[in-house]
Design a binder for this molecule. Structure first.
Ligand code: FMN
Length: 185
């Protein structure tokens, strides 16, 4: 797949088939992720790969409860209503969650991990898989309970929780604003 085709045809997937991609495919996605640029080549990323279905169901519930009880983000009311819906699964029943965490402090750790996440999502698309960044799970994953669930050190910073799996349905493209360009010649 040409890189421009990949960029143009990737969309966030919110309906997944139950079967998880093989460990070899997941390894290839992680290998693509670590090819991302990063500040001072510090490579601050740690990847937690979760394929445990009860874990995903449990953390979905805990993330929703944390969001609705603490309202840590300034989100539209409709999103908080969605989070309160018992039918809503924050990970969309995807078979795999990959959480990219920074294992160090620094001014660029979020940019570094987001770059790795974009590589991972494009690589997943090139393998015929869907993906979606699950920002709604981030506030819970950042708590002590979230760290414990992820089995990562308290000093880590979970930055990019990405679900991956075979898409159950084709996602419509999200509209884009025209490019806001400011040439300085
Ligand atoms: C930081 C970040 C957080 C996101 N959080 C969520 C989320 O919690 N749930 C969700 O369904 N999509 C989430 N998304 C996906 C965006 O909604 C999606 O990328 C955007 O609408 C553009 O659509 P596209 O990815 O299909 O091009 C997130 C994306 C980013 C970059």
């Amino acid at each position: 797949m040409d890189i421009f085709d990949a960029i143009h045809s990737r969309h966030s997937t919110r309906e997944y088939l139950a079967e998880a991609p093989s460990d070899a495919i997941i390894a290839s996605l992680l290998d693509a992720a670590i090819r991302a640029p990063c500040a001072v080549n510090r490579q601050p990323w740690r990847f937690t790969v979760v394929t445990n279905r009860p874990w995903l169901d449990d953390v979905s519930e805990r993330a929703k409860a944390y969001m609705t009880q603490t309202r840590p983000l300034d989100l539209p009311q409709t999103l908080y209503e969605k989070l309160a819906d018992p039918q809503f699964h924050v990970f969309y029943h995807a078979p795999v969650l990959i959480v990219i965490s920074a294992d160090q402090q620094g001014p660029w750790i979020e940019a570094d991990c987001a770059s790795a996440a974009q590589n991972l999502m494009l690589a997943a698309h090139a393998k015929g898989l869907g993906s979606c960044w699950i920002g709604l799970s981030q506030p819970f994953l950042a708590t002590a309970e979230g760290h414990e669930a992820l089995q990562i050190p308290a000093s880590d910073h979970p930055i990019a929780p990405i679900v991956v799996g075979a898409p159950r349905s084709e996602s419509p493209p999200s509209p884009r604003k025209p490019v806001a360009v400011n040439w300085v010649r």
